[in-house]
Design a binder for this molecule. Structure first.
Ligand SMILES: Nc1ncnc2c1ncn2[C@@H]1O[C@H](COP(=O)(O)OP(=O)(O)OP(=O)(O)O)[C@@H](O)[C@H]1O
Ligand SMILES: [Mg+2]
Length: 277
């Protein structure tokens, strides 16, 4: 098995740009299972980073550490250059990390506005329905979202529209990083295209986007960088524009081994691509 160094960068940008989020040497075990082993990861503002890997590679564990669901056993997390601890989900949100989990956690019987602002109200202060409705439309407009009405119950929306509402909700509070766990897994072709368009809007707005996906077509359509996890370890950090499908699959399956990124990798993004039709 050959051990390849990471390919040199075609057009490295300013090396002094600080990643919005960094993981350094993150490890996590569940009993005897080492879910993550010495993971390094940088996310810059205005780029989409796809994290791919086979079942059990550690993707969800990585997301949960950033979301404050699980503490890491070892390693450091930096947010905008500052070392941070993320002991719980509210700390993660307060830092500016929004996570959209696969189950979305929407309330089917409540309408779009109620779902967008659920849990955001300040105790004791009456909610201004008109203001919330206006804000809801503005948020959806900025995302070019195709939602027919903000007063329909979530149960009446398509899978793609639900995903859109869940992503829109995560943007309240203007997070720097948005993490999407398998956002297209349950969607058909047209709805997937809608969500990929939405991811483009997130990049344009300057969010750092982390996309967890099993769908290589989605990943190749929308990602600037592709990070491969294998058996809990880094096994590749590719520029999406320079890596082919076979190389990604080879890294996922372990046919090739790749050195993990150096502790302070040079800036690699963002790359601009056209809209996803
Ligand atoms: N709460 C837990 N308790 C025990 N083991 C866990 C727990 N969460 C994850 N693991 C184990 O850690 C490893 C990594 O799991 P993880 O869910 O992070 O993988 P994944 O890349 O998200 O996989 P998938 O693509 O199937 O979602 C697996 O071996 C899994 O069984
Ligand atoms: Mg998972």
């Amino acid at each position: 098995m050959s051990v390849e160094a990471l390919a040199p960068l075609a057009s490295p940008g300013p090396v002094d740009r600080v990643p919005v989020l960094s993981m350094r040497g993150i490890s996590k075990s569940f009993g005897k299972v080492q879910a993550l082993d010495d993971i390094h990861l940088d996310i810059f503002a205005g780029e989409v980073v796809a994290i791919v890997g086979d079942n059990g590679a550690g993707k969800s564990t990585l997301v949960k550490i950033l979301a404050g669901v699980h503490p890491a056993d070892e390693g450091e997390i930096e947010f905008e250059g500052q070392a941070v601890q993320i002991p719980d989900p509210s700390t993660s949100r307060a830092l500016g990390i929004a996570t959209v989990f696969q189950d979305l956690a929407l309330c089917d019987n409540l309408d779009v506005v109620a779902n967008l602002f659920l849990g955001r109200e300040i105790a004791g202060v009456a909610l201004d329905e008109e203001e919330m409705e206006k804000d809801a439309w503005e948020l959806l407009r900025q995302l070019s979202a195709r939602i027919p009405s903000v007063r329909v119950p979530i149960a009446a929306l398509s899978g793609g529209q639900r995903q859109t509402v869940a992503i829109a909700r995560s943007l309240i509070g203007d997070p720097r990083v948005v993490i999407l766990d398998e956002p297209t897994a349950a969607l058909g072709v047209a709805q997937t295209a809608e969500v990929l368009n939405l991811i483009e809007r997130l990049r344009e707005r300057g969010h750092g986007v982390v996309l967890i996906s099993h769908n290589m077509a989605d990943v190749q359509a929308v990602a600037d960088r592709i990070i491969v996890l294998r058996l809990g370890r880094n096994n590749g950090d590719f520029l999406a524009s320079e890596v082919g499908y076979e190389d990604i699959i080879a890294a996922i399956t372990g046919a090739t081994e790749h050195a993990r990124p150096l502790p302070d990798p040079p800036y690699r993004g963002p790359r601009r691509i056209g809209p996803v039709a």
